[in-house]
Design a protein around this ligand. Structure first.
Ligand code: PPS
Length: 568
C-alpha cells in the first residue's frame, strides 16, 4: 500500500483528445487574458498544487477564507485565489457563462465556468489576510493598484499547462514529484521554501532540518513571483545549481515551484505547507519571519518574527506536513559554525550579513566572506549585480533650447569613450526627433511621447550595462519623473539641469528659432509660448554662462565619480 503522500493527487486537466476539442470550442467564448500572477495561480490550480481547490474561489468561499482561513465546507485554506478582472470585461460576462482563460500570447489554457461575480471589499481583505490595509505591503499594494475591481469565481477545466522555456527539466508538478519520491523510495521528505540565493546559513539550516526530521531534503524555490526587488529567478536558479553538489545527492533534490507569493507571513506559511503537502512532502521548514513583507508605513514589521511558526503549529495536523521550525541562524567566529542566535552560549563573536549589507557589498564590489556564502554563489550574484562602476546608467540633460545641452552631452560622451569599458549612446533631442519621433510635434502630448520613448531606450541601454546620455528639452517635471522611474529599475539616473537663462539662450539664438518664436512664426516654443518646469531636485545643476564646455562636462564626470559610477 502506498503512503498517502505518494499516491496521485487530482488534477483539473481533461484528456488530450478532449483538450483538443475544447480548445476549438473555447475560441468562440468570451476570453480573459490573464495577468502573470493569475497564470501562476492557474498553473497550481490545474496541476493539483492548490488541491482541494477546483477553480477560482466562489464568493462564499472567498468570504469564508478571508474571515476564517477556511473554505465554506470547512477545509483549511488561508489565501484568497481569485480571478480579478476589469470593469469593462465584467460587463461582458455573467454567472452561468463559460469563459476562456488565455496566457499573454493568447494561448487558451483553461475554460472557467463562471458561477460568481462580485465586487470585493478590498480594505477588509487587506486587513484580514495581510494584517493591515497598508500599501507598503506588496500584496496590499497589488490588491489596490494592480488587481482588477471585480472578482470572478468558478471551477476550471484545464486544457494545457502554461508554457515555460526556462529550466524545464527542473520544474515538476505535484504528481511528478510524488512519482519521483515513489521511484527513489523517499517516504519522508522535508521541503525548504526559498526566494533567495542559498548561502551557508541556509545550507546549515536545511542539513539540520533533514537530520531532525530524519527525512530527505527537497529544495523547493519559488520561481513564479516573489517580493519586488528580489534577485531574479534566472540568477537564483543558477546559484542553486552551483551549490547543489554540496548536498548529498542520494538524499537531496531540487525542484522549482511556479508560485506567485503574497508575502503574507503567517497565513502564507500555512499556505506554503499545504502546497508542499500536495507535492508529496511530509515536513516543511518554517524559519524566522517566513514570507515576511518587510516594514509597514510606520517603519515597524508587519508580523512578529515567529508568528508564522505559531500559526503553522496550530494547524499542523490539518496541513499534512509537519513543521520543522528554526530560529535565526548566525555564525559564531570562535567555533567556526552556525548556531541559533538565541541559544548561543559564552562570550563569543557573532557574525551576520543582512540582505541590505550583501547588496551594498555587491554594488561596491567589496569582499563577501566564505563563512557567509559559497564562492560559486557570489560569482553568480556578481555576474548579475556587477559593482556600480560596471553597471549601466543614464545621464539626462534638461534645459531650454540653445542652453548648451547637446554640446555638453557630446563632450561628456567623448570623455566617457576615452575612459572605455562601457558602450555610450547619445540620445540628443535633434537626433531622436529625426530617428525615433519624426512624426511628432511640440504639443504637450507629443513632447511627453517623445520623452517617454527616450526614457524607454535609455532604460534598455541601462539594463544592458551601457551608458545612455539623453539631451532633450524635457520641459515637464512629471514626465521627467516617469523616465527616472523607468531607468531606476535598472541603474542610476542622473538628472542634469543645464540652467542657462532664457535671456542668454535668446541672446545666443544659435538656430535663429527664438526670433521666429517671438514673431509668432513658431508656435508652442519652450520658454516663449510654452512652459518649462525648472527641475526641483536634479543630481546636478550646470551654469554655462562664462564657463567652458569642457568644464561643464567635467562637472558631470566628477558627479559620476562621487556616485561610484566611474572609477579610475
Ligand atoms: S522636447 O520638448 O523635449 O520634446 O523637445 P526636443 O525633442 O528636445 O526638441 C527640441 C529641439 O527642437 C527644436 N524646436 C523646438 N523646441 C522647443 N519648442 C518648439 N516649439 C520647437 N520647435 C522646434 C529646437 O531646435 C530644439 O532644439 P535644442 O536641441 O533643444 O536646442
Amino acid at each position: 500500500m502506498q503512503a498517502p503522500n505518494l499516491t496521485p493527487i487530482p488534477e483539473l486537466f481533461v484528456s488530450y483528445d478532449s483538450a483538443l476539442k475544447l480548445k476549438l470550442e473555447a475560441a468562440d467564448l468570451p476570453s480573459w487574458d490573464m495577468t502573470p500572477r493569475q497564470i501562476c495561480d492557474l498553473e497550481l490550480l490545474m496541476n493539483g498544487g492548490f488541491n482541494p481547490l477546483k477553480g477560482f474561489l466562489s464568493e462564499a468561499d472567498y468570504n469564508s477564507v478571508v474571515k476564517d482561513m477556511r473554505l465554506e465546507g470547512g477545509a483549511l485554506w488561508p489565501m484568497p485565489v481569485n480571478l480579478d478582472i476589469s470593469e469593462k470585461f465584467s460587463e461582458t460576462v455573467e454567472p452561468g457563462q463559460d469563459i476562456a482563460l488565455r496566457d499573454q500570447e493568447g494561448v487558451i489554457l483553461a475554460i472557467m465556468s463562471v458561477t460568481d461575480k462580485w465586487t470585493p471589499d478590498k480594505a477588509l481583505e487587506a486587513k484580514s489576510v495581510f494584517g493591515a490595509d497598508d500599501d507598503t505591503h506588496p500584496a496590499v499594494n497589488y490588491l489596490h493598484n494592480t488587481a482588477g475591481p471585480i472578482y470572478l469565481g468558478g471551477p476550471i477545466t484545464g486544457i494545457q499547462q502554461p508554457v515555460h522555456y526556462d529550466f524545464r527539466a527542473r520544474r515538476d508538478t505535484p504528481n511528478e514529484l510524488r512519482a519521483f519520491f515513489r521511484k527513489v523510495g523517499w517516504r519522508r521528505v522535508v521541503a525548504f521554501q526559498t526566494r533567495n540565493p542559498l548561502h551557508r546559513a541556509h545550507q546549515e539550516l536545511t542539513f539540520r532540518a533533514a537530520k531532525e526530521a530524519q527525512a530527505n531534503l527537497l529544495i523547493h524555490p519559488v520561481v513564479g513571483m516573489t517580493k519586488p526587488g528580489d534577485v531574479d529567478h534566472f540568477t537564483r536558479v543558477r546559484c542553486y545549481e552551483a551549490v547543489l553538489d554540496k548536498y548529498p545527492s542520494a538524499t537531496t533534490s531540487m525542484s522549482l515551484l511556479n508560485l506567485a507569493m503574497r508575502m503574507a507571513g503567517p497565513r502564507e506559511a500555512v499556505w506554503h505547507g499545504l502546497i508542499r503537502a500536495n507535492h508529496g512532502c511530509t515536513h516543511f521548514i518554517v524559519g524566522r519571519d517566513h514570507a515576511g513583507p518587510g516594514k509597514n508605513s510606520a517603519g515597524d514589521d508587519f508580523y512578529g518574527p515567529y508568528d508564522a511558526q505559531d500559526l503553522y503549529r496550530k494547524h499542523q495536523d490539518e496541513i499534512g506536513a509537519e513543521m520543522v521550525d528554526f530560529r535565526h541562524m548566525v555564525y559564531v567566529q570562535e567555533r567556526a559554525q552556525y548556531e541559533a542566535a538565541d541559544e548561543i552560549k559564552g562570550d563569543v563573536t557573532v557574525l551576520n550579513i543582512s540582505g541590505t549589507e550583501l547588496r551594498r557589498r555587491l554594488s561596491e564590489g567589496l569582499e563577501i566572506p566564505e563563512w557567509f556564502s559559497f564562492p560559486e554563489v557570489v560569482t553568480e550574484l556578481r555576474r548579475t549585480r556587477p559593482a556600480r562602476h560596471k553597471q549601466g546608467f543614464s545621464v539626462f540633460f534638461t534645459g531650454l533650447s540653445g542652453s548648451g545641452k547637446s554640446t555638453i552631452a557630446n563632450a561628456l560622451m567623448v570623455k566617457l569613450m576615452e575612459m572605455g569599458g562601457r558602450p555610450v549612446t547619445l540620445l540628443d533631442g535633434d537626433i531622436v526627433r529625426k530617428n525615433l519621433s519624426s512624426e511628432l510635434g511640440f504639443s504637450k502630448e507629443h513632447r511627453d511621447l517623445n520623452i517617454r520613448r527616450i526614457g524607454y531606450v535609455a532604460s534598455e541601454i541601462t539594463k544592458n550595462g551601457g551608458i545612455a546620455i539623453c539631451a532633450p528639452i524635457a520641459p515637464y517635471a512629471t514626465t521627467r519623473r516617469a523616465v527616472r522611474e523607468d531607468v531606476e529599475s535598472f541603474g542610476a539616473f542622473i538628472e542634469v539641469h543645464v540652467a542657462t537663462s532664457l535671456e542668454e539662450c535668446e541672446r545666443r539664438d544659435r538656430k535663429g528659432l527664438y526670433k521666429l518664436a517671438r514673431e509668432g512664426k513658431i508656435k508652442e516654443f519652450t520658454g516663449i509660448s510654452d512652459p518649462y518646469d525648472i527641475p526641483e531636485a536634479p543630481e546636478l545643476v550646470v551654469e554655462t554662462e562664462n564657463v567652458e564646455v569642457d568644464n561643464c562636462a567635467h562637472q558631470v564626470i566628477l558627479k559620476l565619480e562621487s556616485m561610484g559610477l566611474i572609477k579610475d
